[in-house]
Design a protein around this ligand. Structure first.
Ligand code: ADP
Length: 539
């Protein structure tokens, strides 16, 4: 990396729209009349990151203000916060640091827009969503670079996230046209009974940093399809992708106020969303602790709540598993995004007959994983999000080794420095160690040993969490038995990556409420209204 450069204030050239595909110009030019642009201040960037940020800036996708009622806005008191590149520790840009006042205005804008957005036809909403999806695809490369820049995951994984994240918008565009009601056979001859599905209203969507695009589209896609409007609060660690996606929603012609974005003081923003009677739904992905607060805070105004919280995913490898499939699947489930997903395998529970062979094969495969800046060729593991994340991994490993576990690969910070951590495997872990009870959210694979299928199920279910789980076996009978016995919302059998927009994603126990994706995901944004029509034969 070259020495840090201070670029100072960059200006957005007025001709920047000319570099866009011509089919975007008309929508963009209309928006130009309404919108106020500000020039991001890119600070202290190494040359690699600088060229990425400059390219993003000139394509109009590096936004730093919140979006309220179709207008880009600074924080009312002018406060800003820095967004950092976790691979270098350098600050990328300052973004608006908003709070309750801006959130209240965003809620009012969403409430005003709800009147018309909920009344246009499903086919019209579908077209807007489709256009948004198309624009996300047109800008796939730039958006992926933005994710790598602010979140750190390897560029290839970022591209995967854009494909995955955009797919929720495409799927929602399709499903918007299939939100059916019902007619119930009446018990009385002069009455007719109907069920209407109607949008729940204004939605507050609070999202984490590990999937800066997908966690947003997974919520906003179905919300908009159903006729809801949204106030999004992305993580302060990764707001840039959310803002770029919001910019593309404007370019797609989605009317002002339908999509709003505020970021800054999380509790202040959260409290405003909770207090407002106009916000009828909170949808959240993040820690269990914050999710519980939001659930409790929703009680006063009795909001509908969807929560996608922490996991503690077991990955069970039976003696009869295909070793190669089990190793590949475990690596995909464990080391994706440097272990920073709520469905990452947290406990690798291995049957005694295959334990040593599996441990050796896993270490051999992981040894070849290249760690580094997500922009570098061949890198498969980026940095952790921040110093606190590394400290948590260190403390869990320390706790485990002090109680008898053994580090058999890695086990320390990577020589690259910053928040890079070596891919790590620990053997002889047991269920009482903290690493078995808490989400590591890092590149550490703890191996636990079991004897029988009953043991495996008992160990796997011995947790308050219940989101992702994985099973490796070649027995079809065992697959069914274990899948049914696992107290989890998601089960992958001989597969480590199972998330898709067409299937319902969500947890049981303290991992959350509700499902995202699939036809079921739309129900989270709908109310059922029962209508009874009497005397239907009289005028
Ligand atoms: P993580 O550990 O993944 O960052 P958090 O639950 O802390 O999980 O954060 C997830 C999202 O919740 C982020 O957007 C964060 O800013 C937001 N958040 C954190 N605390 C609160 C709060 N008190 N009210 C509302 N949102 C919050």
């Amino acid at each position: 990396m070259a020495a840090a450069l201070n670029l100072g204030r960059m200006t957005l050239p007025s001709s920047k729209f000319l570099s866009r595909p011509s089919h975007l110009l008309s929508v963009k030019m209309q928006m130009q009349m309404q919108m106020q642009f500000s020039s991001p201040t890119l600070t202290k960037m190494s040359t690699d990151a600088q060229s990425v940020a400059s390219k993003l800036d000139s394509s109009g996708l590096l936004r730093t203000q919140g979006l309220i009622g179709g207008k880009w806005s600074d924080a009312y008191d002018g406060k800003t916060i820095k967004v950092y590149n976790p691979a270098t520790g350098e600050s990328i840009v300052d973004v608006a640091c908003m709070g309750g006042r801006e959130t209240n205005d965003a809620i009012s804008a969403a409430y005003d827009a709800y009147g018309s957005w909920s009344k246009i036809t499903a086919a019209e909403r579908s077209k807007f969503l489709r256009k948004w999806f198309d624009l996300l695809m047109v800008h796939k490369e730039e958006l992926a670079q933005l994710i790598t820049l602010e979140q750190g995951k390897p560029l290839k994984e970022s591209i995967g996230e854009i494909n995955y994240g955009a797919a929720f918008i495409e799927f929602s565009a399709e499903e918007a046209k299939r939100i059916y009601g019902d007619i119930i056979p009446s018990p009385l001859s002069d009455r007719r009974l109907f069920v209407l599905k109607q949008p729940v209203g204004v939605v507050g969507a609070i999202t984490p940093w590990n999937f800066p695009l997908a966690m947003i589209t997974r919520k906003v896609g179905p919300a908009l399809a159903c006729g809801c409007t949204v106030v999004i609060k992305p993580s302060e660690l990764t707001p840039l992708t959310a803002l770029a996606a919001a910019e593309l929603s404007i370019q797609a012609g989605i009317p002002a106020g339908v999509v709003n974005v505020v970021m800054g003081d999380a509790p202040d923003i959260g409290n405003s969303l909770l207090a407002s009677p106009q916000v009828r739904k909170i949808t959240f992905t993040g820690s269990t602790a914050v999710g519980k607060k939001l659930m409790a805070g929703s009680a006063d105004t009795v909001k509908k709540v969807s929560l996608e919280l922490g996991g503690n995913a077991p990955c069970i490898v039976f003696d009869d598993a295909d070793l190669d499939v089990a190793v590949k699947g475990t690596i995909a489930a464990k080391f994706r995004n440097s272990g920073q997903t709520c469905v990452c395998a947290n406990r690798i529970i291995v049957q005694e007959g295959i334990y040593d062979k599996f441990a050796n094969a896993l270490c051999d495969a992981i040894q070849n994983m290249k760690v580094g800046d997500g922009f570098s060729e061949g890198v498969v593991q980026g940095p952790l999000i921040n110093e606190a994340a590394v400290k948590k991994v260190e403390s869990l490993i320390h706790d485990a080794t002090s109680k008898g576990a053994k580090v058999i690969l890695g086990g320390k910070r990577h020589s690259l420095g910053f928040t890079f951590y070596e891919p790590t495997v620990i053997s002889d872990v047991d269920s009482e160690m903290r690493i078995s009870r808490e989400e590591a959210f890092g590149p550490v694979a703890p191996l636990l040993r079991f004897k029988t299928e009953e043991d495996a199920i008992r160990i796997a279910n011995d947790t308050n969490a219940g989101l992702g789980s994985y099973v490796f076996t070649n027995s079809i009978q065992r697959s069914w038995r274990v899948a049914e016995a696992l107290e989890y919302g998601l089960v992958g059998i001989n597969e480590g990556v199972i998330s898709t927009e067409v299937a319902p994603f969500g947890g049981v126990k303290e991992s959350g409420l509700g499902r995202e994706g699939s036809k079921y995901g739309l129900d989270e944004y709908l109310e059922m209204k029962y209508v009874c029509l009497r005397n239907m034969n009289k005028e």
